[in-house]
Design a protein around this ligand. Structure first.
Ligand code: GLN
Length: 447
C-alpha cells in the first residue's frame, strides 16, 4: 500500500486518479495482513486495485468524470465492488475517465485528460484512460474499467497492458453509472493474464440486482489457464485493408497470423462484409440509449443543480447545460434525434436490424472458429488534442472494438509489441459467447 501511495504521488502529473483513499487503505492494510497471517484472507488479499470513476462504492464519491456528479456520494456499492471487497482486495482510489464513458481518449473528462506513461504527449486512450495508465505506470496492480464499445480494450492497447471485455451479461452492471445499457460491461485491466483471470472469476456471475446478468456457471478461469492443442482462428481481411490502418499495426497483425500458422494453428481469412457499418450502427444505438439513460440528470433528483435557475424549466435547462460537457450533449442530441417519431424507423429501427446482422455473421464465423484475430485499434496512442476537433474521426477509430460490443461477445486486447517510436500496440482476440476461459488460456499462450 505504501509503495503504491508513493508511486501515485510521484506520478500525479499523469492525472490517472480522481481520488486516492489514502487514510482508508492505510487503515485497511494491517487488517488484511492479519487475515493473511491467520489464514482467513480472501483470494484477492494483497491486491491493490483502482476502480474507474463510474463504479459506485458506498460512502465514496462517484463522478463519472462529469461536473454533473462532481459532489455525488454513492449510497451503495456496485456488485463488482462488493465482490472485490469480499475477497479482501484493497481499493486504493477512483480513476479518471471520459465523461459518462463517452470517448476514446480520456479528453472528455471534467477532471482533465490523462497522460500516457509511455509518452506524456500522447493520450491514454479511453474511456477507461485512468484505469489503463494507473496499471501501466504501476500505480496499482490492477484496475476495473467499463467497456461499451472498446473502453477497456483500446486504452489497454494504448498503454501496453491487458484489457478484457466480458460477454454481455457475464458481469453485473448493478452500481455502474449507465451509458448504453445493452452494451455496458465491466472488465479488468491488468499486466498479466493470471490477474485478469482471477479478477474475472471473482466479479463474474449472476446478480439478483441485474436482470440481464447471466446464470451461466462461472468457470475457475485462473485454474484453467494451461493451453494445449491447435486452434482455428479467423482473421477478417477487411480489417487489414481498412483506411487509416497504421502500417506497423498491419504488420504486427500479419506477423501474428504467420506466427500462429507456423505453430500449427489454422489461421484463415474469413470475409466480414459489415465492417463499414459497425461504427454507424454502434453510434446510433449507443447515443439513443444514452439519451434515455441520461434523462435522469434533471437537476432535481440528484447531481448538479444550476445556481442560476429560477423555476422548473430553467432548472432542467440550466442544470443540464452547465452540468454536461460538449461530447455528452452532442450524444444526447444525436440520440434524441434518432429516437424521434419522424426518424425512429430510418435510424434506430434500422440500426437494431443491422446489429442483428452483425451479431449473426460474427456468431457464424465463431461456429467454425475458436477466435477472431484483429487489431484493437487502427493505430497507437495519438497526440493529446490531435483528434478533439473532429468527433467523426474519433468515432471511426473505434472500428475494431465495436464489433464484439454489438455482438455482445467477449474480446481481449493483448500488448504485443511497441512500435518504432516506443508506443505500445495491441492485438485483439474475440471469443465465443461465454468463452472467456478459452480466450484467457489462449491469451496466456500467445503472450
Ligand atoms: N469510444 C467509444 C465511445 O465513445 C467507446 C466508449 C466506451 O466503451 N465506453 O462510445
Amino acid at each position: 500500500v505504501e509503495h503504491y501511495l508513493q508511486r501515485i504521488d510521484a506520478e500525479s502529473h499523469l492525472n490517472a486518479f480522481i481520488e486516492v483513499y489514502k487514510d482508508e487503505v492505510r487503515n485497511l492494510a494491517p487488517v488484511i495482513n492479519a487475515k493473511i497471517l491467520n489464514g482467513t484472507a480472501g483470494r484477492l488479499a494483497g491486491m491493490v486495485i483502482g476502480i474507474k470513476d463510474l463504479i459506485c462504492y458506498k460512502d465514496h464519491g462517484v463522478s463519472a468524470g462529469s461536473r454533473m456528479l462532481e459532489n455525488y456520494v454513492s449510497i451503495f456499492s456496485a456488485t463488482v465492488v462488493e465482490r472485490l471487497l469480499d475477497e479482501d482486495a484493497i481499493i486504493i482510489g477512483r480513476l479518471n475517465c471520459d465523461e459518462f464513458a463517452m470517448g476514446g481518449s480520456n479528453e472528455n473528462s471534467y477532471f482533465g485528460h490523462v497522460k500516457n506513461f509511455a509518452d506524456n504527449t500522447k493520450v491514454s486512450g479511453g474511456s477507461s484512460g485512468g484505469s489503463a495508465v494507473a496499471v501501466q505506470a504501476g500505480l496499482c496492480m490492477a484496475a476495473l474499467g467499463t467497456d461499451t464499445g472498446g473502453s477497456v480494450r483500446q486504452p489497454a492497447s494504448f498503454c501496453g497492458i491487458i484489457g478484457l471485455k466480458p460477454t454481455y451479461g457475464r458481469v453485473s452492471r448493478h452500481g455502474i453509472v449507465a451509458y448504453a445499457s445493452s452494451f455496458d460491461q465491466v472488465g479488468p485491466l491488468t499486466k498479466s493474464v493470471e490477474d485478469a483471470a482471477l479478477i474475472m472469476e471473482i466479479i463474474a456471475g449472476h446478480d439478483d440486482f441485474d436482470s440481464t446478468s447471466s446464470t451461466f456457471p462461472v468457470p475457475k478461469y485462473s485454474q484453467e489457464l494451461s493451453f494445449e492443442g491447435k486452434k482455428r482462428i479467423a482473421y477478417l481481411p477487411e480489417t487489414l485493408l481498412s483506411e487509416g490502418l497504421d502500417p506497423e499495426v498491419k504488420l504486427l497483425t500479419e506477423t501474428m497470423i504467420k506466427r500462429l500458422q507456423d505453430e500449427g494453428h489454422s489461421v484463415e481469412p474469413i470475409s466480414f462484409p459489415y465492417l463499414d457499418y459497425v461504427v454507424p450502427t454502434y453510434y446510433i444505438l449507443t447515443t439513443a440509449e444514452s439519451s434515455s439513460n441520461l434523462a435522469r440528470y434533471d437537476g432535481v433528483h440528484y447531481g448538479f443543480r444550476s445556481p442560476n435557475a429560477a423555476d422548473l424549466e430553467s432548472t432542467y435547462k440550466k442544470s443540464r447545460s452547465e452540468g454536461f460537457g460538449a461530447e455528452v450533449k452532442r450524444r444526447i442530441m444525436l440520440g434524441t434525434f434518432v429516437l424521434s417519431a419522424g426518424h425512429y424507423a430510418s435510424f434506430y429501427g434500422k440500426a437494431q436490424k443491422v446489429r442483428r446482422l452483425i451479431r449473426e455473421k460474427t456468431e457464424e464465423i465463431l461456429r467454425d472458429h475458436d477466435f477472431i484475430l484483429l487489431p484493437t485499434s487502427p493505430g497507437p496512442a495519438f497526440g493529446l488534442g490531435e483528434k478533439t476537433d473532429d468527433p467523426v474521426v474519433m468515432y471511426l477509430a473505434d472500428i475494431f472494438t465495436v464489433q464484439a460490443s454489438l455482438a455482445g461477445i467477449p474480446a481481449i486486447s493483448l500488448p504485443v509489441k511497441n512500435n518504432s517510436k516506443g508506443l505500445p500496440l495491441g492485438l485483439q482476440l474475440i471469443g465465443k459467447r461465454f468463452g472467456e476461459a478459452e480466450l484467457l488460456s489462449f491469451s496466456k499462450y500467445v503472450m
